[in-house]
Design a protein around this ligand. Sequence first.
Ligand SMILES: Nc1ncnc2c1ncn2[C@@H]1O[C@H](COP(=O)(O)OP(=O)(O)OP(=O)(O)O)[C@@H](O)[C@H]1O
Length: 326
Amino acid sequence: MILFENVTKTYPKTKRPALDGVSLEVPRGEFVFVVGKSGSGKSTMLQLVLREQDPSQGRVLVAGRDLARLPDRKVPALRREIGCVFQDFRLLPNKTVFQNVAYALQVLGSSRSRIRQTVPETLELVGLAGKEKRLPHQLSGGEQQRVAIARAFVNRPPILLADEPTGNLDPATSLEIVQLLDRIHRTGTTVVMATHDTATVDAMRKRVIELVDGVLIRDQQAGEYTTGSIPRVHVGPDGTLTAGVVPEPEVPDGYDDGLAEPAAPASAGSSEVGEGDGAHEDADEHADEDAGELAPIGRDADAPRERVGLFRRRRGAATSPATTAH
Ligand SMILES: Nc1ncnc2c1ncn2[C@@H]1O[C@H](COP(=O)(O)OP(=O)(O)OP(=O)(O)O)[C@@H](O)[C@H]1O
């Protein structure tokens, strides 16, 4: 499904390649984590799959297509086959949950009837049934990421790329989000997730690709990899250096995740939901693809709350809302 053949990417005016001679194959329907410290080339790898960047050397093939030979006019079609999820959610702040997800279909010219059917199905799938009329700020971070995943998956793309999707979430919510991605994967979707989230990687027991300074240094099949098994140098209190396995720090009980207490429930009817609003009636009437054996993901309906902080560092905030449809 995704093939890198000796791919090197050197950005203009940089000396060191962001990716250096990377070869790998991700077969159709696989779930793979891409790990590595900041700057190791994870995002660059995902951007090459989307043809947002071109390799300096080597070839990238997606679904059998050599992206270097793909005419520019066919790039939007390629990107329609690839859903994207980001660390910072990138939701449209003034649109409801329903409208955020519907928008991804509207830009593809989907019909109102398809939108009316597919959006609620997808929101149920990601555990957001009943929250269609909320605005993003009335959702927790985990719920916002669920909206983003629904938006990325509403068109049932065969590939889902996730770039640090848990980077702004607490550990428990992170695991829920990755489990949701795993459910999507089990419908047959190829999922590639770049992450620093070692605890989640260890918990999921998937294939793991590790980059160091743009070089692929390990590619371990599902179940063979735990980040905790990587030898590290530990600096003791007296300054002595010890090589050995250093456990990940555990999050203590009662850790303040920076989120405010639940606020009073917002009026669910406070904004009109334009189901299919703006959709083209004359466009795509194709039946939905079967979502597979997916069951809706249960998650207790909690009160909407205002986000006042973030658990972890927030990378460069989005300067403009983006959708998964390019
Ligand atoms: N548009 C760009 N122009 C120049 N250099 C870039 C560009 N994008 C990334 N780089 C450089 O390429 C290298 C790899 O960056 P990349 O964003 O792919 O790493 P990453 O592993 O995704 O990092 P992070 O986890 O912080 O997102 C870094 O040295 C970065 O500075």
